[in-house]
Design a protein around this ligand. Structure first.
Ligand SMILES: [Zn+2]
Length: 288
């Protein structure tokens, strides 16, 4: 599933290869991916315009569009794109060259079906931009509400992180997945961050010590850097241990499995044991 690093590859692909190409037609016939818009609505809103900038916050991409050619025409709507669980952006150049970004190679082995192309911008130069999405959980909509998302995980400051992570009583893993608090962390990155920080996914956020919050912040940054450098969230250190019988790559302890925040979760039974994370009410930790 595309998390922040994969979505960033899709955004940068659009920024590098899809801007300033005039849109001459739009296939928005998939009314599920295009909800709440009706088929034809995206087409009439976008035909005649060009993409002029590609932005991202967390796992949401949004694209600015130009006016329709008349110098006096105002800029067009923004296009929001979410890659869902399996989406990729496929950009075809004027020369027929194809470049892709997004969900990493999970579907490469299977023959591609035409209906997996859920949304298409056709350019005047003969090329196109396609949202390719086998599982159909991606989404395209006009003028997305970016304000509903928390700060981007790659940009969040230590002070923002502390404030957004520690409020309430929810399990820390569920909080890391909450895109309205911090945007961009999905299931694999969350487990990797918790493992790096040696924090139980089940720990209540109000039980986290100052030291643990600092470790989580440093782990967030290093896990994002590493995933970006290595090509995605699936390159983390505990990926190979996410199975029954898997052992922690740091100390060899058995990995534990459970459902936290509604998602399949793996953690080190020794270093991430919940018992070490109980709230301590003494004056020493309250100050921190
Ligand atoms: Zn361990």
């Amino acid at each position: 599933m595309p998390e922040l690093p994969e979505v960033e590859t899709a955004r940068s692909l659009i920024a590098d290869q899809a801007l300033h190409r005039r849109i001459v037609d739009v296939d928005d016939s998939d009314s599920y991916v295009g909800r709440p818009h009706s088929p034809g609505e995206l087409r009439s809103a976008l035909t005649g315009r060009s993409l002029i900038a590609a932005h991202r916050r967390g796992k949401t991409i949004w694209l600015e569009t130009s006016g329709t050619g008349d110098a006096a025409a105002p800029g067009g709507p923004e296009i929001g794109i979410h890659l869902g669980m399996s989406g990729r952006i496929v950009v075809t150049g004027p020369d027929g060259s194809v470049a892709e970004g997004g969900d990493p190679h999970r579907y490469e082995a299977r023959p591609r079906k035409a209906e997996w192309s859920r949304f298409t911008l056709m350019f005047a130069d003969g090329g196109s931009l396609v949202l390719f999405d086998p599982r159909r959980l991606g989404r395209v909509r006009l003028n997305p509400d970016i304000g509903a998302l928390g700060p981007d995980a790659a940009q969040v400051t230590p002070a923002e992180f502390r404030r957004l992570i520690t409020k309430g009583t929810i399990a820390v893993k569920a909080r890391l997945l909450d895109q309205s608090k911090i945007a961009g962390v999905g299931n694999l990155l969350a487990d990797e961050i918790l493992w790096q920080a040696r924090v139980s996914p089940l720990a209540r956020v109000d039980s986290l010590s100052s030291v643990q919050v600092n470790r989580l912040y440093r782990a967030l940054k290093s896990v994002l850097e590493s995933a970006k450098a290595k090509g995605g969230a699936h390159t983390g250190d505990i990926i190979a241990a996410r199975h029954p019988g898997g052992t922690c790559p740091r100390d060899g302890a058995p990995m534990e499995h459970g459902t936290v925040g509604g998602r399949s979760t793996w953690w080190c039974s020794r270093e991430q044991a919940l018992v070490a994370e109980q709230p301590r009410r003494g004056p020493k930790t309250r100050a921190g």
